[in-house]
Design a protein around this ligand. Structure first.
Ligand code: SAM
Length: 269
């Protein structure tokens, strides 16, 4: 009987949202009410500029969201030919990237069909470039292989079993050069989990270099690179949480998620 009670106390976490109803439940409202009140979400040609000398993106007129600015600056500085956004939602980052860097080939995936419908309503030019993708599924050879894979506010919401580990490993496998994460650093022990996955042989890349990528407006990203780059190295989660007010709930859940990892099989021979 005590055993049964103990069993019932086991911890189970789910993803933060029901992704099938996410657009209707909250995303559409958040885009309109939070993002679009303060920031220009969709930029036309000429409204954004990338300065290669400083690495900064500037906006004419209304500002753009700092997180989007950081993503566009990373694209400008890393100069990939191809990018893929995992969890592209309404498609604004992808569409703005394609507008700012006209030579760039963009693709995006999302597990929510209503999010993808919203992306096509907002950006009809993304037709044929975005599709259904659950990044926590076993790797698919239909997914694009690109220079840079990025996310914004996706992995932070994934808490079902070991799915966020699978998502990270899949993104590395999709990327020829870089993975960029624009995520709340308290929602997972991103640095610890990434290093754990790499050390235990779960990543496609032999070499992994981890950097902190800071946008000109202060947004902070985690950059995984196959090659050595000239950015501040990232060695701990503490480093990227320095200016964040601690949320004990999130930090505890992140520790519980990390503890689900079972690493151990050593290379034989
Ligand atoms: C908070 S929204 C962010 C959307 C977009 N990146 C943005 O910044 O506006 C999270 C998005 O991730 C998608 N998502 C959640 N889990 C996913 C998964 N396992 N694979 C792919 N997309 C996922 C959701 O459907 C949703 O569109």
């Amino acid at each position: 009987m005590f055993g049964q009670l103990f069993y019932k106390k086991r911890k189970f976490y789910d993803d933060d949202f029901d992704w099938d109803n996410y657009t209707a439940d909250s995303y559409h409202r958040r885009l309109k009410g939070d993002v679009e009140v303060e920031f220009r979400a969709i930029s036309k040609a000429g409204q954004l500029q990338f300065d290669a000398a400083t690495g900064a993106v500037t906006s004419q007129g209304q500002p753009i969201h700092p997180n989007q600015c950081m993503i566009l600056e990373a694209i400008g500085q890393l100069a990939p030919q191809t990018v893929h956004e995992v969890g592209c939602g309404g498609g604004d980052h992808l569409a703005n990237a394609a507008t700012l860097f006209p030579q760039l080939q963009v693709t995006g995936g999302d597990r929510g069909t209503s999010q993808l419908d919203l992306a096509l309503q907002r950006h009809p030019q993304l037709a044929g470039k975005i599709g259904v993708q659950d990044i926590t599924m076993p790797f698919s050879h239909h997914w694009p292989q690109v220079d840079l894979v990025y996310t914004q506010a996706v992995v932070m919401h994934i808490h079902t079993a070991v799915s966020h580990f699978v998502a990270l490993a899949n993104m590395v496998r999709m990327a020829k050069k870089y993975v960029l994460l624009m995520e709340n650093p308290q929602c997972h022990n991103f640095v610890r989990d990434i290093i754990g996955l790499h050390d235990a042989g779960h990543f496609e890349w032999d070499d992994l270099h981890l950097y902190q990528f800071t946008g000109s407006t202060g947004a902070l990203g985690i950059l995984l690179s196959r090659e050595v780059l000239d950015f501040p190295p990232l060695t701990s989660d503490k480093q990227i949480r320095e200016n964040v007010k601690p949320s004990q709930r999130r930090l505890r859940r992140g520790d519980d998620d990390s503890a689900r990892a079972l690493f151990g099989f050593s290379k034989l021979g």
